[in-house]
Design a protein around this ligand. Sequence first.
Ligand SMILES: C[S@@+](CC[C@H](N)C(=O)[O-])C[C@H]1O[C@@H](n2cnc3c(N)ncnc32)[C@H](O)[C@@H]1O
Length: 154
Amino acid sequence: MGIKLNLGCGSDIHTGFVNIDVRRLPGVDVVMCILKLPFKDSTVEYVLLQDILEHFTIIDGQLLLNSCSRVMKTGAKILIRVPNLPKLYELYKSGVLDDVQYQQHIFGGQDYPENFHKSGYTPKLLSNMCIKAGIKNNITITDAVSNFCLLGVK
Ligand SMILES: C[S@@+](CC[C@H](N)C(=O)[O-])C[C@H]1O[C@@H](n2cnc3c(N)ncnc32)[C@H](O)[C@@H]1O
């Protein structure tokens, strides 16, 4: 059995996972920036990156994916959820999202310092970044109104 990581967990605490966030919130196991993961190579079996990758610049996002790949065992899985840029535009154009909601989905809630978005993703861009990090067999699932998920395997 390997380690399971919930990176940038916020209040979404998962039992059996190491829940990590830069903010000291109830249930957070480790308070730190996730950019440099203090885990040995090939020790992690599952990584959750939900609603967090967009909080990094595109360069740091690639470094974070590289770092996740480094700690993942061969065959380990990573589930990534990010706002879906092309879908958001469609939702805005069709009137489902108003102007305020549209900018909020793209740039973040901005209600605390760590809640600003610094990058945006299309399924193709994220898939290519994962492949560059050594994470393959990606399946993209549009699971919610405005997000998409990518399930990767090392
Ligand atoms: C939108 S919340 C998502 C929380 C959770 N993953 C979820 O799906 O509900 C983004 C979280 O990322 C955290 N965060 C932002 N920058 C971070 C960093 N550099 N290192 C660790 N956590 C960070 C924030 O504190 C916040 O809790």
